[in-house]
Design a protein around this ligand. Structure first.
Ligand code: CAO
Length: 416
């Protein structure tokens, strides 16, 4: 079966996580993604946090599957010539170098556009063009701090806290993928390429949209009723950190289950959905709360929400997180066990759906990776191992029309 992005050629000039996550997803869906790496070392993640001596690290293999790799020193004349040829025949160039690096290399947007007017140039930077921090280099947690995630995450009496989820890196890559696909569709109508840019700060902020909602509510009324600070605590003029509170209109909290004293993940997340109040009371054996005016509206429950959570924790104390969810699911209560990475890695449902997959790698044997979270009725996403450094250099050069002699000369000159 032909894949939807087959025929789209992407120059993958990305490194670390934000860019590679974007191009990996496009490769899964059929694009020919050519990862361009510096000879000798390649993407820094090949050697970062290694668990097997001299083998590509999982950091690299889990972000670069389904790609081809060419090594190219793009600061040499020969390297520039090869990159120029690639640009002339590719559809998209994706990069996430530090600000100005592509220009310094001699491949400004204007020059690329001249070489190939249909080319889409997609970039990740820490901050957007023209921003007063546009010159800054940025990593994940820097972006989480600059994008509003850190100031609104964690405990009210603790410092700003970053999330383990890659809101700055992979999330920015996903935004960029949407931008690239949009530009490809745009090009079908106009024939013209364009520049697509996503800043990590903007991508984080986009996911913190509800916190910007809360800032405006706070400005207007002076409190936020779904936060643990309401009604007993104090609000200042900025959105506070809300611990594990539900961010929407449904109060929720992480609650202890049987075994929490020794198992750091023996918890469930429990949501008190307004219209599920009666089933919640039935599940907890507290039917007298169903029509009690002190409990039967969200407003009435607000000042005793933590007493209610304490009651539920008492109900949970003789149930494992799995047993608890098995009971609560029968009452249609939104909840889930808190799952560790080990539990996720071993989860039969995730294996069955292809969300966790084992793939072959030439150096590592098999390794586990996260498969496509997007499922299609007409596309089976197959994950293949990441390429070794320069594994496809000769093949790609030959496809560009270089003879074996010219390729050997480039190797000798260390241009590839
Ligand atoms: N051949 C020759 N030179 C190459 C090359 C190649 N194949 N590939 C890269 N280079 C050069 C670049 O041209 C650049 O050179 P100059 O600085 O001399 O112009 C240099 O290598 C690396 O540039 P860099 O600034 O991208 O690298 P860094 O390690 O100092 O910074 C990072 C890394 C991630 C902080 C920076 O790239 C960045 O801010 N990127 C944008 C934001 C981003 O994506 N961050 C997320 C990363 S995931 O956590």
């Amino acid at each position: 079966m032909s894949k939807p992005l087959e025929g789209i050629k992407i120059i993958d000039f990305t490194h670390v996580q934000a860019g590679p996550a974007c191009t990996q997803m496009l490769a899964w869906f059929g694009a020919d993604v050519i990862k361009v790496e510096r000879p000798g070392s390649g993407d820094v993640t090949r050697s970062q946090l290694r668990d097997i001596k001299d083998a590509d690290a999982l950091y690299f293999t889990m972000l670069n599957s389904n790609k081809r790799s060419i090594t190219l020193d793009t600061k040499t004349a020969q390297g520039k010539e090869v990159l120029t040829k690639l640009i002339k025949e590719a559809d998209v160039l994706v990069e996430n170098f530090g600000p100005g690096a592509l220009d310094r290399m001699g491949f400004s947007w204007a020059h690329i556009n001249e070489l190939n007017p249909g080319m889409i140039v997609a970039s990740v930077k820490g901050f957007s063009d023209g921003h007063h921090y546009e010159d800054l280099k940025v990593y994940e947690n820097v972006a989480q701090c600059a994008g509003g995630a850190a100031s609104t995450t964690g405990w009210w009496d603790g410092p700003p806290t970053v999330s383990a989820a890659a809101l700055g890196d992979s999330n920015t890559g996903m935004h960029l993928a949407i931008g690239i696909l949009t530009a490809i569709i745009g090009r079908q109508k106009t024939g013209k390429g364009q520049k697509v840019a996503v800043s990590m700060q903007d991508a984080v902020l986009n996911l913190c949209r509800v916190k910007m909602r809360d800032q405006q509510r706070l400005d207007r009324v002076g409190y936020l009723e779904e936060y643990p600070q309401y009604p007993h605590g104090e609000f200042t003029d900025v959105v506070p950190r809300g611990g594990n509170a539900g961010g929407g209109g449904q109060p929720g909290w992480v609650l202890k289950c049987k075994g929490w004293e020794t198992d750091p993940n023996a918890y469930i997340y429990f949501t008190i959905q307004g219209h599920a109040w009666a089933p919640i009371c039935k599940a907890l054996g507290k039917e007298e709360w169903i029509n009690d005016p002190a409990y039967n509206t969200a407003e009435a429950r607000q000042d005793k929400i933590f007493d209610i959570f304490a009651f539920i924790e008492d109900w949970l104390k003789d149930k494992t997180k799995y047993e608890a969810v098995d009971i609560l699911r029968k009452f249609d209560i939104p909840c889930a066990p808190v799952l560790s990475m080990k539990e996720l890695a071993e989860c039969p449902s995730l294996r069955k759906s292809g969300s966790i997959v084992e793939v072959e790698h030439k150096q590592r044997g098999t390794y586990l990776t996260v498969g496509s979270p997007i499922k299609f009725s007409d596309l089976k996403v197959e994950i293949t191992g990441s390429p070794l450094l320069g594994e496809h250099t000769d093949e790609i050069l030959a496809q560009l029309g270089y003879t074996p002699e010219q390729i050997a000369e480039m190797h000798a000159a260390k241009a590839v």
